[in-house]
Write a protein that binds this ligand. Sequence first.
Ligand SMILES: Cc1cc2nc3c(=O)[nH]c(=O)nc-3n(C[C@H](O)[C@H](O)[C@H](O)COP(=O)(O)O)c2cc1C
Length: 735
Amino acid sequence: MLRTLHSIPGLIAALLLALVALTGSVLSVFPALEAAQSRDAGMVDVATLAGRVSARVPGVETLVRQPSGTIVAYHMVGQDQRASIIDPASGTAVAAYRSSAVQRWVKNLHRKLMLDDAGRVAVGVAAACMLFIVIVGLLLLARRMGGWKQLFGFVRGNTLQRLHNETARVVFLALALSAATGALMSLATFGLIPEGGSEDPFLDARPSSTAAIPLASMPALQAVNVSRLRQLKLATPGDPTDVIELETADGTGAIDPATGEWLSYSALDGWQTLQATVRLLHTGDGLWWLGLVLGAASLTVPLLGVTGTLLWWRRRRALPRLSGNASAQDADTVLLVGSEGNATWGFAVALHDALTRAGLRVHTAPMNDIAARYRSARRLLVLTATYGDGEAPESARLFLDRLARTAIPPGTAFGVLGFGDRQFPRFCGYAHTVHEAMSAKGLVALRQPGEVDRQSEPEFLQWCEWLGQTLGVALDIRYAPVLPRTTTLTLVSRTDYGTDAQTLTAVLRFAPAAPAKKSPLRRNKALPAFETGDLLGVVPPGGGAPRYYSLASAASDGVVEICVRRHPHGICSGYLTALQPGATIQAFVRPHESFRPAPGPAPVILVGAGTGIGPLIGFIRHNPPQRPMHLYFGARNAEDGFLYQEELQGLVGDRRLRSLTTAFSRSTNKAYVQDRLLADTARLRELVAQGAQILVCGGRKMAEGVADAWERILADSGLTVARLRTAGRYVEDVY
Ligand SMILES: Cc1cc2nc3c(=O)[nH]c(=O)nc-3n(C[C@H](O)[C@H](O)[C@H](O)COP(=O)(O)O)c2cc1C
């Protein structure tokens, strides 16, 4: 719901918002330019300034102080009225004053789209829309990050999500201020908020005599500093009824030309002060630096619009189509799905279809759509992902509240399957929360919640097998992850390590397909740009689920490089390690943006074992020598397990790698990487204190051992592995 509230107005108003924001950015530059050109009037009072100008500029009628501080005199030359910029120090006219035509044109576009009231209304509505989108967007972001406290923490997700969210949280305050003040100015334009200033101070003001004293000696003008002046309208010489009108930042009044004293004065009331403040905060007129900040923030509106639209489109495109979905009241089996990125829906559809084929009446829906009651349900099944820090995904945000109000007969059975990622401290945390809430409601758990790590198909199938047995039905699960189109890659070279043919490790280098030509016969798609650490999905011959290998190269290297260890019964690893140069494979790239060195100069500590060196060597190759990068590498023995040995030594030589520490578990000096880490505790604590990021790649057991070692290294430092993970400073690529 919150997401719909954020995206639908955003999509509708995107173009208008972009136009208003960009013209606002252009306008924000003018107050700064004017402030830079204006001559400082210093602490001069209005009487002194008016005295100087009237002595130097004949026929002066009005003095205006622009918000930038520039003093402009309107004066008669013959029959013509002229406007001149005044040097406040001498009172002389230094240049003709002309307002910029460009500024007027952009202002017209910004305020009313070159139209009249219709344009003003559209711009006012756009400002209100913008305010709404910004506020809802902020609520969404806080929820996604796992609460307000984490609002400025490390943003997870793909490049598009990060670009949108990281930009939004930097500019939200400025955008909210621009939008709120813009909406208020529109309301004021249409008289929907009071103007204030009900009394007219000039109505009954009459001079006490016809003789006028010099402006410079008028007490009322002497009491006002030029910095507070808005406008001074002098009395027409020879008109015995005319008074001096003075408008300041604090109020307006009439001054007697004969005495120089106030005849009447009306201070700004609350509404007038509010409008002046709103104007100041919106335009930056008189506060040029604020104008520039707001203008710069407005420049991001088109970016937020485009990235937001792309995110919305991706989510929509990925939504599943369910066939034969029973109604909530007819269903004997209710399948509720908690998802944000839609991967869980792929599993849910497979389960829905299998249960339906097995003869059950299945109703599948997002968790948020849990019904107020289920008349025929015998069991509830929940498949849910986890976000934030153990929080609900988007389609389950309202679930716990609604569950409390739903009428489900106690004793109804339920089962929960969590989808998550073991790299997060609260693995499948939300699935566990849901399990507890359902138990507390008196439903009967069929078993403890199941867990699926990184969309593992075997783990999902295992849970389905258990479910089929429990329900007494044969479940024919036909789960097919939607794979991107594959590319043909040709093996160009290989380097083998190890003498045992059953466990040899090979570094394989493939040539990426040439960019697709515009021939309709050419079906093969060129690989998209990829970075070291992204995953190469390889489809083994005969099809089946793809296997993923971390890339040791980036697209800019012109080669697709992976490290593969042959597993005794591995279908894909056996296939790959048997390839000879010239052979081809079908593959695609899956981005893995979370596993990369963070930008910036902070040190990087790489920890890997076996083929886990793959992405790490790529990071080192692309590391600028000034950034400290340290590698801890483990293998069984140096003879046939020290992958990239020569190249690594070369990288130490040219300082792209500052230190190389190895551990061999089957050598005489037996050790694991975690032993080497512990031995270097003092140095590692120092690096972490400098803001180091830790990247770990390899098998699960090694990663667990390494995480334990880091807990010990960090003990009493105020940091933990979990805290580093949350900050994006401890990332794993584990298999
Ligand atoms: C921003 C973000 C936060 C996540 N937080 C967690 C978490 O706290 N615990 C967990 O086990 N998995 C977490 N995950 C992993 C997802 O739950 C997992 O990738 C899941 O399969 C996504 O399913 P979906 O595509 O249906 O939303 C997170 C993923 C992202 C992108």
